[in-house]
Design a protein around this ligand. Structure first.
Ligand SMILES: Cc1cc2nc3c(=O)[nH]c(=O)nc-3n(C[C@H](O)[C@H](O)[C@H](O)COP(=O)(O)OP(=O)(O)OC[C@H]3O[C@@H](n4cnc5c(N)ncnc54)[C@H](O)[C@@H]3O)c2cc1C
Length: 334
């Protein structure tokens, strides 16, 4: 089909290791290459050691291109983006794949602009459709849900949300002996380029709930005492705090903490619903969470039908115990 070129998967190797995101991206890239019947390979900034190389082989990666002195380019993301664009052009990449994390979402637009390529962020699934590729994306916490068609007439740059990356190694993948190449970028950054001295991850206490990884949410089943305990638990465990509409109506939080149809649509790895009945207005905003766990004193509460795991319990008993366990775990006194 359209993929008149290679699939180039950008895998950062933090500390020289292949992390979960990297593994997930390799599964994704290999599958995309299969769908497009195209060659594929990986670009990295650091030379993989023996162990990561074995993992790359296990994921069937045929070619690994290491950007010479690539690690130093992390300080200058705009320059790194241009460098990766040059590499993609050198390798005749039809599709460049990056993770939708801080780094990937910064690099992708630079690469696309440099290559004059099409850019599609937060792609969650791909399907071949005759001579074209249909790509579905869920962006802004699934507020954007759309499908685009790529006909291969120009290069494509995509990012894949980290939560959609499964690192499961498919039994159909044939291990490879990766061909390792050291690639030298031809130019250096021009003039004085700003350097990144530190990367600060988002603070779960203040991050937009649509981007939150783990959310504990309070429903009307929380009284002021349990609500305060839950807020403390969230601070201790460094997870994000959400509420239902009746709790927001009490004036205990700002609107930005409200989850549901009128509030934030969330897609965390874990959504813990505490004292939440499970109305459709609330569930509509959480149903794409990877895992929903609920605690409710009413065994017939509708939230249980929408949960992966549910516990019938009284929050007044559970929360003090959870708080004690959390304090003990983080080194405080229960
Ligand atoms: C147009 C419209 C839009 C809306 N948008 C939203 C929205 O965006 N987000 C939203 O959340 N709601 C929204 N609502 C409101 C929604 O319909 C529900 O009223 C609301 O979600 C219910 O919140 P709740 O589960 O906290 O409260 P309740 O429905 O009152 O549930 C409280 C639950 O707590 C349990 N419980 C009580 N005590 C305890 C205890 N001690 N231990 C354990 N469990 C206990 C109860 O069994 C019960 O299931 C909207 C409504 C409308 C009409």
């Amino acid at each position: 089909m359209a993929a008149n070129g290679k699939i180039l998967v950008f895998v950062d190797l933090p500390g020289g290791e292949l992390d979960e995101t990297g593994r997930g991206l390799l599964s994704w890239g290999g599958r995309l290459a299969g769908i497009l019947d195209a060659r594929w390979g990986t670009a990295t900034l650091r030379e993989p050691g023996v162990e990561p190389l074995t993992s790359l082989a296990a994921y069937g990666v045929p070619a690994v291109t290491v950007v010479a002195e690539g690690e130093s380019l992390l300080d200058t993301p705009a320059h790194l983006g241009k460098t990766l664009a040059r590499l993609a052009a050198d390798e005749r990449a039809a599709v460049t794949v990056l993770p939708h994390n801080d780094l990937g979402s910064t690099l992708a637009p630079v690469i696309a602009a440099t290559l004059d390529a099409a850019l599609l962020t937060e792609v969650v699934s791909v399907r071949r459709d005759g001579d074209a590729l249909r790509l579905s994306r869920h962006a802004l916490g699934v507020r954007v849900d759309e499908t685009k068609v790529w006909d291969g007439s120009r290069p494509l740059v995509i990012t894949v949300p980290v939560r959609n990356l499964s690192q499961v190694l498919m039994p159909t993948v044939r291990p490879s002996t990766p061909n390792l190449t050291l690639w030298h970028p031809v130019t250096k950054p021009e003039g004085a380029t700003p350097r990144v001295s530190e990367r600060i991850p988002p603070d779960p206490q203040t991050v937009d709930l649509m981007e939150a990884e783990v959310i504990f949410s309070a429903g009307k089943g929380c009284d002021q005492g349990t609500f305060d305990q839950l807020a403390e638990l969230c601070r201790l465990l460094n997870v994000s705090f959400g509420v239902t509409r009746p709790v927001y109506d009490l004036g205990w939080t700002g609107f930005e903490r409200m989850v549901g149809q009128t509030g934030r649509t969330v897609t965390p790895r874990l959504y813990l619903a505490l004292g939440i009945s499970g109305s459709m207005h609330h569930v509509g905003g959480i149903k794409d969470s990877r895992r929903i766990v609920s605690i409710n004193s009413d065994a017939k509460a509708p939230i249980f039908a929408n949960s992966d795991e549910g516990f019938v319990a009284d929050l007044k008993e559970v929360l003090p115990r959870l708080l004690d366990r959390a304090k003990a775990a983080v080194g405080g006194t229960p």
